[in-house]
Ligand binder design. Structure first.
Ligand SMILES: O=P(O)(O)OC[C@H]1O[C@](O)(COP(=O)(O)O)[C@@H](O)[C@@H]1O
Ligand SMILES: [Mn+2]
Length: 654
């Protein structure tokens, strides 16, 4: 097909139309499809759900996914507030979130069969009503795809039977009795619950940082892989994992270091099957216990002391490898402009001191046994061997390969979607609000071009895992920690200082001016323009920096042009943010920000029937309900309609 978008239309050649005619081999088929697409175009736009900074918190993520950030309960309340008490509404909502567990609990609560059967009948009836309500803005065909396969016929029968000649109540009762006597009620209710979850959210955006800190990023990945419609904007932690899988040793060292720091080495060893034995042997040989490297453990952690000691040693071994590797990259990539970070070279190993800027600092908790003072970034042969083995192991993890391939397939550095710009970290700016320029090899990039070239390098590195120290692979690490990385957004990462220097002033990481300039509407408009988005309608959706709601910080900035949705799913940050995460909903009526209160466990939700309270804040309200026609999907459908019309003219109207 020859396309000519420049003039705003598509030129179709006859070969393409002939091919298409094989699928639409009659005039009626073409006409039907056009009518179907036009009907979809006129429906209200589907609900988009935005989450970010999940950081391995699978349980909390599951919860917001299952309750659709409050959408499920809202629908239940709309439908049943007249007939159900608040407690009953909560119970029913819990049934929709966690059907398997809730059904089990309910079954135990009845002591005779007929009460239980009545409950089944009532529940199925309500579930059907809920599915019908939740699907009202979709076509029947879309609903059918969301229904549990084995029950499509029965459910459609229950949904669409409006015949006045039939007494609906007894009709219902009969079908449900049948379902019951065939032992299918549990499965049907469960299926309907999942259908509801799926219907309240049409599309999910994950605005970065699935990995690190929390215990179960792999389970989040599996959930996303099975989710009906999703895209991902990579976070700095995600690219670190992509980097490791793409052959970057320094990224590899970083992910192991972070897992050791958060007592999460099971992810590396048990989940992804990467053998840590060689690293442990090296660690046992060179390192002792060291308070600065003990893993962070939660109050209910029961890791035995000897294991804590092992982790402490691994943590030091891999941190020192990381610092050495960083040093070599900084030297071979002068335009990364990171020579200030050549800290190993600045250490006075005799006096155990370092000069940073003009200030001299005493070093504490040092572990420099593998350092050659004349060439501090030189890896020991043993360290090299360990790294090679780790890299080999990473490359051969089937599960990691599946997860990383999915991240690449669904992910990008930024996304333009329905007029909004989705980005994890920032658009690097100077103090005046101009796009920061970065020279890479012999060209200078800024703004959107800079992000595009970053993404180009990342994809190149992923496609060439056999290359370990080429520019593309080093660039993935730059994305993690470089000054002009759109994912990091800080001048430096002070990991070394935080381990070895007491003075907290040295731990500070200076943020890019973006982080205060984004409060300003003009800045946000300028960024939207840079990405060819309409600043009157578009928003920037941002993650990465936890909003300190506790201190009165507002996640909605720049007159609503900027929405920051990192509210701290990560448990480690909840004391700073004061809440347990934000999510954003964007449906045909507008955008709403939801703040989630602390989520303890699904057991608690099941037991008490109380849902985590979600407070809604309005970001924007559409004057008129937005239709599919005005969305990204709509654009594609319009293109299809155009093509089908051409087919109709060419094939059937002569
Ligand atoms: O305290 P930790 O978990 O070691 O992490 C601190 C590091 O994480 C970072 O904040 C990056 O992670 P985030 O993207 O989650 O902010 C660095 O700037 C900082 O050095
Ligand atoms: Mn981040």
């Amino acid at each position: 097909m020859a396309r000519n978008f420049e003039r705003g239309y598509i030129i179709l050649n006859t070969k393409y139309l002939d091919l298409l005619a094989q699928k639409y081999d009659s005039e009626e088929k073409v006409a039907n499809e056009i009518i179907n697409l036009k009907a979809i175009l006129n429906l209200p736009k589907g609900t988009e759900h935005f989450v970010s900074d999940l950081h391995g918190e699978y349980q909390a993520f599951q919860h917001v996914l299952r309750n659709g950030s409050g959408r499920v309960k809202e629908k239940i309340t709309d439908l049943f507030s007249d007939e159900l008490s608040e407690k009953e509404i909560n119970e029913f909502a819990t049934m929709v979130y966690y059907p398997e567990e809730k059904i089990k609990l309910m079954k135990n609560a009845f002591d005779n069969k007929s009460d239980l059967n009545q409950w089944y009948t009532r529940t199925i009836e309500r579930m059907i009503k809920l599915v019908s309500y939740a699907s009202s803005k979709y076509t029947r065909s879309k609903l059918r795809k969301a229904l549990p396969e084995q029950f499509v016929y029965i459910i459609e029968e229950l949904l669409y039977k409006t015949d006045d000649f039939i007494n609906k109540e007894s009709y219902y009762t009969k079908i449900v009795q049948q379902i019951n006597s065939l032992g299918q009620a549990d499965k049907l209710i469960t299926g309907l619950a999942y259908t509801t979850q799926r219907l309240v959210v049409d599309h999910l955006h994950v605005v970065g940082d699935i990995y690190d800190r929390g215990p179960d990023p792999d389970k989040i990945m599996d959930t996303l892989i099975n989710y009906h419609s999703v895209d991902i904007q990579w976070g700095n932690h995600d690219v670190l994992w992509i980097g490791a899988f793409s052959g970057s040793k320094v990224c590899l060292a970083n992910i192991i270091r972070i897992c050791a720091r958060y007592n999460n080495l099971e992810i590396i060893e048990d989940v992804y099957g990467i053998n840590l034995r060689p690293l442990l042997n090296l660690a046992e040989k060179y390192y002792e216990d060291n308070p600065a490297f003990r893993p962070k453990v939660s109050a209910d952690d029961n890791t035995p002391p000897h294991e804590i000691e092992q982790i402490t040693k691994i943590h030091q071994a891999i941190a020192m490898i990381q610092f050495k590797l960083e040093s070599s990259i900084i030297k071979r990539r002068p335009y990364f402009n990171m020579s200030e970070r050549l800290l190993l070279d600045k250490v006075d190993y005799e006096q155990s001191e370092i000069v940073i800027g003009d200030e001299k600092h005493l070093l504490e908790h040092t572990c420099f046994t593998t350092i050659d003072r004349d060439r501090p970034d030189l890896l020991l042969e043993e360290e090299e061997r360990v790294l090679d083995k780790l890299l080999f192991s990473i490359r051969h993890s089937e599960k990691l390969s599946r997860h990383m391939n999915f991240l690449m397939k669904k992910g990008s550095l930024y996304l333009k979607y329905n007029g909004n710009l989705l980005i994890h970290g920032c658009i690097p700016l100077d103090e005046q609000g101009n796009m920061e320029k970065m020279k890479i090899e012999n060209r200078t990039y800024a703004g959107r071009e800079l992000l595009d070239i970053f993404e180009h390098y990342l994809r190149h590195a992923f496609a060439h895992p056999e290359e370990s120290d080429d520019l593309a692979t080093d660039m993935v690490w730059y994305l993690w920690t470089g000054e002009y990385s759109s994912l990091f957004g800080k001048r430096e990462m002070t990991t070394f200082e935080r381990y070895f220097i007491k003075d907290k002033e040295t731990h500070r990481e200076r943020k890019n001016p973006y982080y205060y300039l984004r409060e300003n509407e003009e800045t946000c408009r300028k960024i939207l323009n840079e990405f060819d988005l309409n600043p009157d309608h578009g928003h920037i959706i941002n993650g990465h920096t936890p909003i300190k709601e506790i201190e009165g910080e507002n996640p909605i900035k720049a007159n609503g042009k900027m929405v920051v949705i990192d509210g701290g799913f990560s448990k480690a940050y909840q004391s700073k943010t004061g809440i347990a995460g934000y999510t954003l909903l964007y449906n045909s009526y507008g955008m709403q920000l939801v703040a989630h209160k602390h989520f303890n466990s699904k057991e608690e939700v099941l037991r008490d029937g109380t849902d985590v309270l979600s407070v809604k804040r309005l970001v924007d309200e559409e004057l008129e309900r937005k239709k599919v026609m005005e969305t990204n999907v709509g654009e594609k459908l319009l293109e299809e309609v155009y093509i089908l019309n051409r087919l109709l003219e060419y094939r059937y109207m002569n």
